[in-house]
Design a protein around this ligand. Structure first.
Ligand SMILES: Cc1cc2nc3c(=O)[nH]c(=O)nc-3n(C[C@H](O)[C@H](O)[C@H](O)COP(=O)(O)OP(=O)(O)OC[C@H]3O[C@@H](n4cnc5c(N)ncnc54)[C@H](O)[C@@H]3O)c2cc1C
Length: 361
């Protein structure tokens, strides 16, 4: 009987000596773990979200060789490479891809670059922050490499076991990666605080290597073209990393009224956020949108004015340490997640707050 079963299995090819789930583990026995981080930089410095990716990459194991890839051109790129090299001792090397085509976050050339580096480096993991850049580039690179990416990870329980939110953050899903290398992951930066920087790291700065792009230009080419970047000049903190955020919803009623929030943000040294309804009504540009289809934030203080608290909005801010809501409707769902709630007209509450708060030094 047993031999008959074996014969049938052989005929049907339904057997495997190494189960697919064992592949990543069996490989790691023979090979050191290596991780490629798709780095983002601005003004000659790594973005905090990339530092969060470094924190996440450190969870893959002690013998993990972590490389940061930086692309672009000019002095800012070289400065950012120096910054990356001396940022943290866990970084083994910085790879610099110096090419004009990589100055802008276009998915096609970046995904081709990741493909090129994977062919050379055979990384165990490729990781990026779940930023617009990471969400754009990493899935495309994963498709070229024929692996399934795991996106928006908030916890790395074991080297191939990840936790990620689903249903707009209302449930958490634990995913085991059972595919081939590289295991490609985007992480939610608010869940991985940047690593604390030990003193005297400069002496152990990681080596910086230039990526050989001689074959890259032949392979790359895309259907999209960079046109322009439109952004608001502001001294305020970046929405993604701000310690305090004041958010306005449809209750603010107009773009003009949003200036009230600007004044409050100035007093508090806060960033301004908005709901999708406020963005769709053209009160503010869409880079201020917080939520499932906007930015995910987790500041120390989140103040919501005229925001109803739809689940898609909560998905982007429910991890904030302290939530304050001002709404004239006592039944607004935002009060269910708020630590402090005020049932009031925002057009009275905001001016009063501005008046009573001390001037920011
Ligand atoms: C697929 C999908 C993705 C989405 N993604 C997002 C997302 O990323 N982010 C997001 O925010 N939304 C998102 N939405 C939209 C979401 O469902 C809600 O429509 C939106 O969040 C509502 O915005 P709001 O709270 O500003 O407006 P409303 O729901 O209209 O609420 C306005 C609130 O203001 C209060 N108010 C009015 N006047 C005053 C006043 N004078 N004083 C005090 N309070 C006042 C009202 O009582 C009300 O509670 C998404 C929806 C879908 C379907």
């Amino acid at each position: 009987m047993a031999s008959l079963a074996i014969f049938r299995a052989l005929r049907n090819r339904r057997f495997s000596l190494i189960s697919p789930s064992a592949i990543p583990y069996s490989r790691s026995i023979f090979k050191l773990i290596s991780t490629l981080i798709l780095g983002e930089h601005e003004g000659g410095f790594l973005k905090p979200s990339t530092l969060s990716a470094v924190s996440a990459a450190s969870s893959f194991g002690k013998d993990n060789s972590i490389s940061i890839l930086l692309g672009g051109s000019g002095s800012d790129l070289q400065k950012a490479a120096l910054h990356a090299a001396s940022t943290h001792p866990v970084i083994s090397q910085v790879l610099v891809a110096d090419a004009n085509i990589l100055m802008h976050p276009l998915a096609e050339p970046w995904a081709d670059l990741v493909h090129l580096l994977q062919k050379k480096g055979a990384y165990s993991y490729i990781i990026s922050a779940s930023s617009s850049f990471g969400k754009n580039v990493l899935p495309r690179a994963a498709a070229i490499l024929d692996v399934s990416p795991i996106t928006d990870v908030i916890e790395i329980s074991e080297p191939y076991l990840f936790v990620r939110p689903i249903y707009a953050g209302n449930a958490l899903c634990t995913v085991r990666y059972t595919g081939l290398e590289p295991c490609m992951v985007t992480i939610r930066s608010t869940s991985f605080p940047p690593p604390s920087i030990p003193t005297a790291v400069e002496s152990s700065a990681a080596p910086i290597s230039q990526v050989d792009l001689s074959t890259f230009y032949k392979e790359t080419g895309g259907k999209s073209r960079w046109l322009k970047l439109t952004s608001q000049e502001t001294d305020r903190p970046d929405l993604g990393n701000a310690r305090i955020i004041v958010t306005g919803g449809r209750g603010l009623k107009s773009a003009e009224n949003f200036k009230l929030l600007d004044k409050l943000a100035e007093k508090l040294g806060a960033a301004v956020g908005a709901t999708r309804a406020a963005v769709d009504a053209n009160f503010v540009p869409n880079d201020l949108q917080v939520g499932q289809t906007g930015k995910i934030v987790a500041p120390e203080l989140y103040m919501a004015f005229g925001v109803s608290g739809a689940i898609q909005h909560l998905a982007g801010m429910r991890d904030s340490k302290v939530i304050v809501a001002v709404n004239k409707d006592p039944d607004a769902p935002i009060f269910q997640v708020a630590d402090y709630g005020l049932v009031a007209d925002l057009f009275e509450a905001i001016p009063e707050l501005i008046e009573k708060l001390p001037e920011k030094k």
